[in-house]
Design a protein around this ligand. Structure first.
Ligand code: G3H
Ligand code: 13P
Ligand code: ZN
Length: 328
């Protein structure tokens, strides 16, 4: 059944586990996630970005997820809007039937310029007022996703250039987080701890200076009852990079967020862990391999099947690793 995200996150908090939130854009990704969830008895969060809605169209995304709910009636499913850029976008998603929305007021509506704190409080509070009346969950974001190696924010314009931000500007401040939660009354808080979106997060296996699990602990100590969210949490498995390279792809050396660091964060209030890139890498590796090994094949089902299997393998692993399995 379609459920509110709050319900799933509360259960995760009571029982000390985390839930991967997978980005979806097409049929095979939805199927992979649901097959993995069914096999491991896991609750599901599927999320659609603005890019996903543009790629697939809102109607297709809605009914793909609806099909998942009908096909697996015993699995709780959240349909979540990822990185809503304005209250209007969040309202559109709620009208469409999303059971959860993210109001990302850490950036202005252009998705690039860093917003000031009062703007973030204002738009997030507006969305909470609108959503809670309808039983819809709200995630907000405070801090700036970005790299502590380059001191550069994730998606900013001019003032996000390399070396122009300080560590304290990038990381979520625990005191400000407490004020933000009190003033907005949101359900889940996305925090900045040194992760960034995409495959190129770290130039080496991250240590505490560039991936601050310590900051998760500080925020959790200040806000023990707030559900925390980690964005940019793909682990970027080296074997997937190797597979892509082996079959003609060009991937530079890069490192993601190690699963054991995520597991540590789950001990300190992280309940939702956003993953998109790992599924992209898995599908691309499988398709590259298939194409290289089967140059005469041309039925899309034949290469989408191993791609779906590869995506499912990632989902199975994360459901087990985050303790989600057995909690549907
Ligand atoms: O927020 C980032 C997610 O990975 C979605 O990416 O905007 O390319 O769909 P996207
Ligand atoms: P990754 O790029 O690490 O998969 O992060 C996805 C994400 O945070 C979506 O909101
Ligand atoms: Zn994100």
């Amino acid at each position: 059944a379609l459920v509110s995200m709050r319900q799933l996150l509360d259960h995760a908090a009571e029982n000390g586990y985390g839930i991967p939130a997978f980005n979806v854009n097409n049929l095979e990704q939805v199927q992979a996630i649901m097959e993995a969830a069914a096999e491991t008895d896991s609750p599901v969060i599927m999320q659609a970005s603005a890019g996903a809605r543009k790629y697939a169209g809102e109607g297709f995304l809605k009914y793909l997820i609806q099909a998942a709910v009908e096909t697996y009636p015993h699995i709780p499913v959240v349909m979540h809007q990822d990185h809503g850029q304005s209250p209007a976008v969040c309202k559109g998603a709620i009208d469409l039937g999303f059971s959860s929305v993210m109001m990302d007021g850490s950036l202005m509506e252009d998705g690039k310029t860093i917003a000031d704190y009062e703007y973030n409080v204002d738009v997030t509070r507006q969305v909470v007022e609108m959503a809670h009346k309808l039983g819809v969950t709200v995630e907000g974001e405070l801090g700036c996703l970005g790299s502590l190696e380059t001191m550069m924010g994730d998606k900013e314009d001019g003032h996000g250039a390399e070396g122009t931000m300080t560590r304290e500007q990038l990381l979520t401040d625990p005191e400000q987080a407490a004020d933000f939660v009190r003033r907005t009354q949101l359900d889940a808080l996305a925090i900045a701890i040194g992760t960034s979106h995409g495959a190129y997060k770290f130039t080496r296996k991250p240590t505490g200076d560039i991936l601050s699990i310590q900051r998760v602990k500080e925020i959790h100590a200040r806000l023990p009852n707030t559900h925390l969210v980690m964005h940019g949490s793909s682990s970027v498995p080296q074997e997937l990079l190797a597979e892509i390279r082996q079959f003609g792809g060009d991937m530079k050396e890069t490192y993601g967020v190690p699963v054991e660091e995520i597991q540590e964060a789950i001990k300190y209030g992280v309940r939702k862990v956003n993953i998109d890139t790992d599924i992209r890498l898995a599908m691309t590796g499988a398709i590259r391999r298939f194409m290289a090994e089967n140059p005469s094949k041309f039925d899309p089902r034949e290469y989408l099947k191993p791609a779906r299997e590869a995506a499912k393998k990632i989902c199975l692993a994360r459901y087990e690793q985050f303790g989600t399995a057995g909690n549907a």
